[in-house]
Write a protein that binds this ligand. Structure first.
Ligand code: UD1
Ligand code: CA
Length: 485
C-alpha cells in the first residue's frame, strides 16, 4: 500500500473528445488491452485511494457501464454540462460529500485521457506534496511543443509556481514557456473544496478552470508546489487517433522493456504487441509479428511466434506455438501448436500433446502426448492420452441444429481421413481404418472399418480409353511385368 494514501482520486472524463471523430467516447478507446480511462484507473489504484471517483458526462451511460465492468469499486459523478475542469472536480467532490464522505487529507486529480501516466509518478507527486507540506502540487513537464497546454508561470526570483495560464489566455511571453501543466494535481482536500467555491468564469472559454485554484490558494498564503515529470511523454493526453497510435507504441515499448528486463527474449520489439495484462516467466521467447493479448501467460522456456495472435491463452513450460491464432486456449507443458493452427475457445492441450499444421480446435481437450498432426477439425471432443488422430480428420459435431460430443480414449489410432460423426465414442486402444465414416461407437481394442470395399475392374482403361496415354502406359507396364516373369 502507498505510504501517502490519498483520501480520493478524481478522474476527469466528462469531455466529448470530438477530435477522435468516433462513435465511441474518447476515454473508451483502447490501447494495450485497456481503455484509456482503464489505464488511468489502474495507475490510480496503485495509490490505494480511499475513494476513486470518475467524473462522467458525455456518453455517460456507456462510460459508466464500462467502469463498472473494469472496477466494481469505482464511483461515478455526473457532470451534466462541461463547464470546465474546476467544475468537473467540484462535481466529483460533491458526489462524495453527498453520500456522507468527509474528505480529509489529499485529493489527487488526473485526466481520463492520459494512459501513459504511471502509478510510480503519481506516488512521487503524492510524496512531494506531503514532504513539502503543500496546499497544492502540480505535476509539470517540459515539452518540446507547449501549444495548447496551460503554462507554468514561476516567480523569477524564487522559482516558485505563481500561476497556470491557459494557452488561450496567455501573453506571448507566457506562450514561450516550455513547462506545462500536465493536468495532474495533488490538493489538500479541504483547501481544494474551499477554493473551488471561489473559481470564476471570466476567462476566454467562460469555464471554471481548475488551474485557477493555484492562484487562489497562493493569494490566501498557502504553499503551491510543483513536481516535474521525469519523462514528458508520460503525460501525453490523447485527443486524436494519431496520438492514440503514438501512445500505443510508447506503452507497448514500455511493456516489452519490462518483459525483457524480467528475462523474456523479444526477438523483434518493433513487431511485437502486448497488452498490459500479459504475464511471462523468465526465458519465454517471442518471435516477430506476434500479438499477446488479454490474460495471456507464457511459462518459462515457452516459444511463441512468428506471426501469432494469442488472446487469453496460457502457454505451458517449454511449449512451442508458431503461426497460430489462439483464443481462450490452454497449451500444456512441452506441447506443440502449428504452424498454422487455430485454437478456439475451450481448446485444452495436455502436456507434450500436439495440434499441428492446419488444425482447428474448439471446445476440445487433448490428453497428454496425444497428437492431431495434420489438416483436421476437432470440435467438441475429449481425447485421452497418447492417442493419434490421422491426417485430414473431421469431428462432425454439428447436425445443423445441435452440437454433439465425441469421446476418444487413450492409446487410440484413428486412420487418416476419418469423419467422426458425433455423438460417438471410441474406446481405449481402438483403431479406425483410413477413410472411415465413424457413426457407431467403437469398443476398446477394436478396429472399425467404415468405408466401401474396393473392387478393381481389370482392363477397363484398354476397353474404355483405347489409344490414350493411360492405355499405352498400362500396356507397357503389362509387358514389363511379363518380361520380369
Ligand atoms: C487542461 C488544463 C491545461 C493542461 C491540459 C493538460 C485546465 C483549465 N486546463 O487543458 O492547463 O495543460 O489540461 O492536458 O484545467 N473535463 C471534464 N469536464 C469539463 C472539462 C474537461 O471532465 O468540463 C475533462 C476532459 O474530459 C479531460 C480533462 O478534463 O479529460 C482535461 O480537459 P480538456 O478540455 O482537455 O482541457 P485542456 O484544454 O486540454
Ligand atoms: Ca486536453
Amino acid at each position: 500500500m502507498s505510504a501517502n494514501r490519498p483520501a480520493a482520486v478524481v478522474v476527469l472524463a466528462a469531455g466529448e473528445g470530438t477530435r477522435m471523430k468516433s462513435a465511441t467516447p474518447k476515454v473508451l478507446h483502447a490501447i494495450c488491452g485497456r481503455s484509456l480511462v482503464g489505464h488511468v484507473v489502474a495507475a490510480s489504484r496503485e495509490l490505494s485511494p480511499e475513494h476513486l471517483v470518475v467524473v462522467v458526462g458525455h456518453a455517460r451511460e456507456q462510460v459508466t457501464a464500462h467502469l463498472a465492468e473494469i472496477d466494481a469499486e469505482v464511483r461515478t459523478a455526473v457532470q451534466h454540462e462541461q463547464n470546465g475542469t474546476g467544475h468537473a472536480v467540484r462535481m466529483g467532490l460533491e458526489e462524495l460529500s453527498g453520500s456522507g464522505v468527509a474528505l480529509d487529507g489529499t485529493v489527487i486529480v488526473v485526466c481520463g485521457d492520459t494512459p501513459l501516466l504511471t502509478g510510480a509518478t503519481l506516488e512521487r507527486l503524492a510524496s512531494a506534496h506531503a514532504t513539502d507540506g503543500n496546499a497544492v502540487t502540480v505535476l509539470t513537464a517540459e515539452v518540446p511543443d507547449s501549444t495548447g497546454y496551460g503554462r507554468i508561470v514561476r516567480d523569477a526570483a524564487s522559482g516558485a509556481v505563481t500561476a497556470i495560464v491557459e494557452h488561450k489566455d496567455a501573453t506571448d511571453a507566457q506562450r514561450a514557456i516550455r513547462e506545462i501543466n500536465s493536468g495532474v494535481f495533488a490538493f489538500d482536500a479541504q483547501l481544494l473544496t474551499d477554493a473551488l467555491g471561489k473559481v470564476r468564469t471570466d476567462n476566454s472559454q467562460g469555464e471554471e478552470y481548475l488551474t485557477d485554484v493555484l492562484g487562489i490558494l497562493r493569494e490566501a498564503g498557502h504553499r503551491v508546489g510543483a513536481a516535474v515529470a521525469g519523462d514528458h511523454r508520460e503525460i501525453l493526453g490523447i485527443n486524436n487517433r494519431v496520438q492514440l497510435a503514438e501512445a500505443r507504441r510508447l506503452l507497448n515499448e514500455r511493456l516489452l522493456e519490462r518483459a525483457m528486463l524480467s528475462g523474456v527474449t523479444v526477438v523483434d520489439p518493433g513487431t511485437t504487441w502486448i497488452d498490459a495484462t500479459v504475464t511471462f516467466e523468465p526465458d519465454a521467447l517471442v518471435h516477430p509479428g506476434t500479438q499477446l493479448l488479454g490474460a495471456t501467460h507464457l511459462a518459462a522456456h515457452s516459444e511463441v511466434g512468428p506471426n501469432s495472435r494469442l488472446t487469453d491463452t496460457t502457454v505451458g513450460e517449454g511449449a512451442v506455438v508458431s503461426f497460430t491464432v489462439a483464443d481462450r486456449a490452454e497449451v500444456g507443458a512441452g506441447a506443440g501448436v502449428g504452424p498454422y493452427a487455430y485454437l478456439r475457445p475451450g481448446s485444452r492441450l495436455g502436456a507434450k500433446s500436439k495440434a499441428g499444421t492446419y488444425v482447428e480446435m474448439k471446445n476440445a481437450s487433448l490428453g497428454e502426448g496425444s497428437k492431431v498432426p495434420h489438416l483436421s477439425y476437432v470440435g467438441d471432443a475429449t481425447i485421452g492420452d497418447h492417442t493419434n488422430i490421422g491426417a485430414a480428420s473431421v469431428f462432425v459435431n454439428y447436425d445443423g441444429v445441435n452440437k454433439h460430443h465425441t469421446t476418444i480414449g487413450s492409446h487410440c489410432r484413428t486412420g487418416a481421413d476419418n469423419m467422426l460423426v458425433a455423438p460417438v465414442t471410441i474406446g481405449d486402444g481402438a483403431y479406425t481404418a483410413a477413410g472411415s465414416v465413424i457413426t457407431k461407437d467403437v469398443p476398446p481394442g477394436s478396429l472399425a472399418v467404415a468405408r466401401g470395399q474396393q473392387r478393381n475392374i481389370e482392363g477397363w482403361v484398354a476397353r474404355k480409353r483405347p489409344g490414350s496415354a493411360a492405355a499405352r502406359a498400362a500396356e507397357s507396364a503389362h509387358q514389363d511385368n511379363q518380361g520380369d516373369q
